[in-house]
Design a protein around this ligand. Structure first.
Ligand code: SAH
Length: 287
């Protein structure tokens, strides 16, 4: 891990073997995957009653702060996120859009209540099914890189690896529209549940193999991957708009990964490798 330039950034733990190949022979996105979850789908049936009688409809865990994260601990207070944002700024994140979004999204709502107390530490945490929520330092670093080529609000972003939905929620604050793909049904559902009370109409959750991208939303101003493969799938490059940027962890052999930044310019593809990172593997297919 290259802790030289950015000590806080090297990323994720909980890493089994690298991704199992990149079988692009995947028969295609499943019927569910082929259909983006529209605003309605992100916040399904209970929506209408929700506005009228929230307490009757919201799951109990959302109505009452979990036992391990009582209000007394301050997780609901903006101050706890402001402290995290200050640390991110001290680590070198300077884009006000990113810092603003990181200050707004309540990370503790995306992790199990038993872990909520650690939600504002710069650490990755388990989210089930062997996956992890990325460290705030990594999330903000990658989004800042993504926005670097977009002084104006990017139109459409694609995220590979919804996980618990945290980064997707942050992305939805900085872009007009966000498409986020997850290959594990359990996490796709969990993200939907986590995001429902937040009402994020510009975020579409898709159950599908992110290695194929999501052509229905293309071209994307930016693509961000939260899982690392052997190489960047061609589909991502194809679905990136000219002028767009892709930020993804890419395997460097063994358990080594580096952050890749790839720009699609009118002159062609430009790519560079940045610091070492550690993400869960990019896998193909839906499970
Ligand atoms: N951004 C997430 C991080 C989740 S970890 C968060 O904020 O919580 C990375 C996720 O990528 C895992 O949930 C994993 O299942 C998913 N993933 C791995 N390969 C994938 C693929 N081909 N398509 C979609 N998701 C994938």
């Amino acid at each position: 891990m290259s802790t030289k330039a950015r000590p806080g950034f090297p990323a994720k733990l909980d890493l089994p073997a690298p991704g199992k190949g990149r079988s692009l022979s995947q028969p295609g996105v499943s019927p569910i995957a082929a259909k983006p979850l529209t605003a309605k789908a992100v916040m399904p049936q209970p929506l209408a009653p929700l506005a009228a009688k929230p307490k009757a409809v919201l799951p109990p865990s959302r109505v009452q702060p979990p036992a391990t994260a009582p209000r007394g601990l301050g997780l609901d207070s903006a101050a706890v996120r402001a402290a995290m944002v200050n640390k991110l700024a001290a680590q070198g994140v300077s884009d006000a859009r990113v810092l603003g979004a990181m200050g707004q999204v309540e990370r503790h709502r995306f992790v199990d209540s038993a872990l909520a107390i650690q939600a504002y530490e710069d650490t990755s945490l388990p989210i089930g099914l062997g996956q992890t929520i990325s460290k705030p330092g990594v999330v903000s670093r990658m989004i800042e890189l993504l926005l670097e080529v977009h002084p104006d609000k990017p139109k459409r972003l694609l995220e590979i690896g919804t996980g618990c939905g945290y980064q997707a929620a942050v992305l939805a604050k900085v872009a007009t529209e966000v498409f986020s793909m997850e290959r594990l049904r359990g996490l796709h559902e969990k993200a939907r549940e986590n995001l429902r009370p937040l009402r994020v109409p510009n975020l579409h959750l898709i159950l599908g193999d992110g290695m194929l991208g999501y052509p229905q939303g293309a071209p994307y101003s930016g693509i961000i991957a939260a899982a690392g493969g052997e190489a960047v799938p061609q589909a991502w490059i194809d679905q990136l708009a000219v002028g767009g940027r892709l930020v993804a962890p890419v395997s460097q052999g063994g358990n080594q990964q580096a952050l890749m930044v790839l720009d699609k310019t009118p002159q062609g593809i430009e790519q560079r490798l940045l610091e070492a990172v550690l993400f869960v593997p990019l896998k193909s297919g839906i499970a």
